[in-house]
Design a protein around this ligand. Structure first.
Ligand code: G6Q
Length: 562
């Protein structure tokens, strides 16, 4: 066998045998989508008084109401049939078994092991990985407590008051989101900052008011080669050394989170101060690994373990609950239904909780880096315009309510696009303040109601609306949404909520037959940037061989810089 053939054989997966549009359930869903296209949510609710309580599911403290999605009982049965015929359960089991389901990178996908309790065994290449996970968690716990309790001091003996996480993508978005979401249980005497952008402004503004003598920098990078992170880490080192004027200060002011011990040592960080993780943890699935060190310092080791327990509870639910009661399966199937069968191109995530302000940004990476794929696992094109093609990954976006209501909700209510929404809300506020919470919750319930049922011209006439204004004031309704309602935002609840979306993405990927765990689409821009950097920095006019637009932009930039 040639080298290529051998590696191809090694990448073969038993899951990609049947093109999805040839599955009977797929074809039935296509016919069904056409048949129900005229059915309104109003009619569905009118014909079934129990719809609002029946089309719901509950697990891990999360109540999911999907009755306002444009589905019938038959839709749900067909979607479950599709999940079965697409091998969702088998593929999930392969993930839990540590198989290399990330076929293009030949990697296992074992983020579920990061939150497994000590008693569980999860094998990769014949080795139980759970003890290693807990050893790192213990080490993180000792370090986090040392920082929190002032035992870990800076070079001059002063306690650490500021923590700056330097990382990007999966080494940034999860910790940023979690530290914000869990601020109410975090140590308020610590200042947490996050630096991700290679734009020097990010670093400059993050440290402007910090004293290097009281600052700990966590360089978070799986590879420890990422250009942006290395540039920011280098500037952080200059900043610390500029103030403390002693190389020995690095050991007290820098720790690393990485899988690359050599590069960490080469940077000058003592590998005794490095927290490791593993090749089988994908960047966007890593916030519950050592990448969560900043989160653990903020909320403490006990809080972090609670967060992990919440993740694990959802993992267990995903693995064991029947599909028609399984929250991630239902959410994944609804995303597939709306995207592929109803033609909705975007999905809005609208948390009615200020602490979840960064949740949509976090989800954008999780969902779009995972499902933004145009070929199947076997490399076959998925062209929605071609016969037998279909649409994959929807665009996820969103902002916390109620702010979005005074901004982009107009388009959701009355625009020409139909945008399914996920509303996320909590029964209890973490900052009870007069009537605020009732006002907030009234809004979230009202938005979902308005989207589903709209306002007809008859209603407007009955209200005495001027005839010429009626088209402008009519709400078409029939706009789908799900509502996730929980008691309050605790670390455990946050873990379950994140795992819900992680596994929902898994389900979407299994049905679309794509690899949710690679991200080749980010490579080309990186390579081209690597080529352009020396062209920008050259002292002599470089020979440029780009297209005429890129050449002209580079030349103009060089002139503008003198
Ligand atoms: C996520 C991606 C990507 C990654 C960043 C940072 O799934 O792999 O967002 O997390 O590129 O990579 P490093 O952690 O290696 O710096």
């Amino acid at each position: 066998m040639s080298g290529d053939a051998a590696s191809q054989a090694a990448c073969e997966t038993p899951f990609d045998a049947m093109a999805r549009p040839q599955l009977p359930a797929w074809q039935e869903l296509e016919a069904h989508a056409a048949a129900v296209s005229d059915t309104s949510l109003r009619a569905l609710f009118d014909s079934d008084a129990s719809r609002g309580t029946r089309l719901t599911a509950e697990a891990c403290g999360l109540y999911l109401d999907f009755s306002k999605q444009r589905v019938t009982d038959e839709t749900l049965q067909l979607l479950v049939k599709l999940a079965r015929s697409a091998g969702v359960a088998e593929r999930a089991e392969a993930m839990f078994r540590g198989e290399r389901i990330n076929v293009t990178e030949r990697r296992a996908v074992l983020h579920v092991a990061l939150r497994a309790p000590k008693s569980q065994q999860i094998f990769f290449d014949g080795e139980d990985v759970v003890p290693g996970v807990h050893a790192v968690l213990e080490a993180m716990g000792v370090f986090a407590n040392d920082v929190r309790e002032g035992r870990w001091t800076g070079h001059t003996g002063r306690p650490i008051r500021n923590v700056v996480n330097i990382g990007i993508g999966g080494s940034d978005l999860g910790p940023v989101m979690a530290c914000q979401a869990l601020r109410h249980v975090s140590d308020r005497s610590l200042t947490l900052r996050f630096v991700s952008n290679v734009d020097g402004t990010d670093f400059a503004e993050a440290v402007r008011d910090l004293d290097p003598a009281e600052t700990l920098c966590i360089v978070s990078s799986k590879t420890f080669t990422t250009q942006e992170t290395m540039a920011n880490a280098g500037s952080a080192r200059d900043w610390v050394l500029g103030a403390l004027e002693d190389e020995a200060a690095i050991a007290r002011h820098f720790v690393a989170v990485s899988t690359n011990a050599d590069a960490v040592a080469a940077f000058g960080i003592d590998t005794a101060n490095m927290f490791g993780f593993w090749d089988w943890v994908g960047g966007r699935y890593s916030m519950d690994s050592a990448i969560g060190l900043s989160t653990m310092i903020a909320i403490g080791p006990d809080g972090f373990r609670e967060l992990l327990a919440g993740f694990h509870a959802m993992d267990e639910h995903f693995r064991s609950a029947p599909f028609d009661e399984n929250l991630p399966v239902l959410m994944g199937l609804l995303a597939v239904w709306n995207t592929t069968f109803l033609g909705c191109r975007t999905l809005a995530v609208l948390p009615y909780d200020q602490y979840l302000a960064r949740f949509p940004a976090y989800l954008q990476q999780l969902t779009m880096e995972s499902c933004g794929k145009r070929v199947t696992l076997a490399g076959e094109p998925i062209d929605p315009a071609a016969d037998g093609g279909y649409t994959t990954g929807p665009i996820y976006w969103g902002e916390p309510g109620t702010n979005g209501q005074h901004s982009f909700y107009q388009l959701i209510h009355q625009g020409t696009e139909v945008i399914p929404c996920d509303f996320i809300a909590f029964a209890n506020s973490l900052n009870p303040l007069g009537r605020h919470h009732h006002l907030l919750m009234a809004n979230v319930f009202a938005q979902a109601e308005a989207l589903a049922f709209g306002k007809s011209s008859e209603q407007l006439v009955a209200e005495g609306c001027a005839e010429w204004l009626i088209p402008h004031r009519t709400f078409p309704g029939n706009r789908p949404s799900s509502t996730i309602l929980a008691d309050r935002l605790t670390p455990a609840l946050l873990g379950s909520l994140i795992a819900l979306y992680e596994h929902s993405v898994f389900v979407q990927g299994a049905i679309w037959n794509i690899n949710c765990f690679d991200q080749w689409g980010v490579e080309l821009g990186k390579q081209l940037a690597g080529k352009i950097v020396p062209e920008l920095e050259a002292t002599d006019e470089p020979e440029l061989a780009h297209d005429s637009s890129t050449n002209a932009l580079i030349r103009r930039y060089r002139r503008m810089r003198g």
